[in-house]
Structures are given as C-alpha cells and as structure tokens.
Design a protein around this ligand. Sequence first.
Ligand code: ADP
Ligand code: ADP
Length: 220
Amino acid sequence: MATFIVLLGPPGAGKGTQAKKISEILKLPHISTGDLFRENLSDQTELGKEAGLYINQGLLVPDSLTIAMVKDRLSREDCAQGAVLDGFPRTLAQAEAFDQMLRESFDSKVDCVPCIDVDAGLLVERLSGRWMCPNGHVFHATFTPPKVPGVCDICGSELYQRDDDKAETVSKRIEVYNAQTAPLIQYYERQNVLKKIDGAQDIDSVTRDILDVLEKIERK
Ligand code: ADP
Ligand code: ADP
C-alpha cells in the first residue's frame, strides 16, 4: 500500500528542508507545490503566469489550478508507492480533494501529518535569510550557509532570494496561513494523523522527531 505524508506548517517552518531529507530516507518522491509553481513561472507556462499573480502578493493560488497540478503530478509512475507532500494541501478544499484522489487512484489515505511548529518571530528570521537555487536546494545566510556565498553546494547553480520572502509579503503569507491553512490542523486531528513537531530545534533534531512519529505510524 502507498504511503502519503503531508508536511504542514507556516512559511519558513522548515517543510522544504525536512521534506527533502525524509523523502530521501523513505525513497518516496518529494512533491512541493511551491517548487512546481516556481518551475512553471520560470518556464513562463500559462499556469506559471497565472500562479505568479498570486504568489507575488503572498496569496494562495486558486484551488482549481493547484488541485489539477497535483493530480497530474500524482499520476506519474514515481508516485506509485506514495509521496512526501510539502506545501499541499493548504486549504480545506484541497485537503478534501486530496483525500478523494488518494481514495480513487491509490485506494489509500493520508498516513501521517507532521505539523512543524515555529513562532512567528523565528519564521521571519528564517525567511529573510533564505537563499534558494533554481533546483529547489535551500540555504540560510546564518543557519545553514553555503560553502561559497551565492553558489549552491549541491548543484553549483547561482543562489537567489525569493521575491515573496520580502518582509511585506512574508507577513501576508503568515496571515494567509493562519486564516486558510491552520484549519487543516483540526481536519487532520480528526483523522488521527496529526503529529506536532517542535520546529525551533536544529535541522537534524527536527528530522529525528519526524522519523520517530513516522516509525510509530508504520508499526500500527
Ligand atoms: P518552508 O519550506 O517551510 O518555507 P524551508 O525549509 O525553506 O521552509 O526553511 C526556511 C529557511 O530556514 C531556509 O533558509 C532554511 O535553510 C532554514 N531552516 C529550515 N529549518 C531550519 C532549522 N531547523 N534551523 C535553522 N534554520 C532552518
Ligand atoms: P513556503 O515554503 O515559504 O511555505 P511555498 O514555496 O510552499 O512557500 O509556496 C510559495 C507560494 O506558492 C505560496 O505563497 C502560494 O502563493 C503558492 N502555493 C504553494 N503551494 C500552494 C497551495 N497548495 N495552494 C495554493 N497556493 C500555493
């Protein structure tokens, strides 16, 4: 049976950082809707142009576009055994659509939702120092600096700061998280799959805590 893990948490909590590590360990694909939108944006596809209008304002891309994009991604063969979702679902409508996709296409359901908890002050600090490469590798100017400033350790690409990591957009994104995404905590609590994780710890300790809760799920 396929395994689906959803990493939940506010912008800057460390979802992308953890999803990469967990997906390598579990040998499941990492699906980041933010990365998929940014790829479309840099390729200037119709989807990318439309999504960019929302992303740059710190707003969510409409559910219909987002759900269709995830459905398409999940239909690829590498998802047959499951996936680690990062940044999806972000609304109740997306969560319901996702449950339906898993039921209909995989005869499966969401297995575990580690929810990475970090205070707002620390989120701002994390996002203001975030540097990314076009392939989605993530660094932090102070916490996890690249060996050579401005260059990705992993693929050698040039690092950049995201436009939506500017202070004004960050506060909007945190507001949007609290209004539209935080209700998913209750949604997954009701399904008995939500696991709170202290995201203020160092990266490896957060990974260890996530792996601990995943291990308990798999032993059920
Ligand atoms: P999200 O995907 O939730 O927005 P990221 O994984 O991109 O978050 O992390 C945001 C920033 O914080 C990045 O610059 C990343 O390097 C850094 N970061 C992530 N987790 C930690 C951590 N536990 N301690 C310190 N810095 C972290
Ligand atoms: P972060 O890692 O900081 O939480 P992401 O890279 O996940 O940010 O997302 C960046 C932006 O892409 C979001 O602010 C939003 O505009 C858009 N986006 C990503 N995932 C979704 C989603 N599931 N639904 C709607 N919009 C999304």
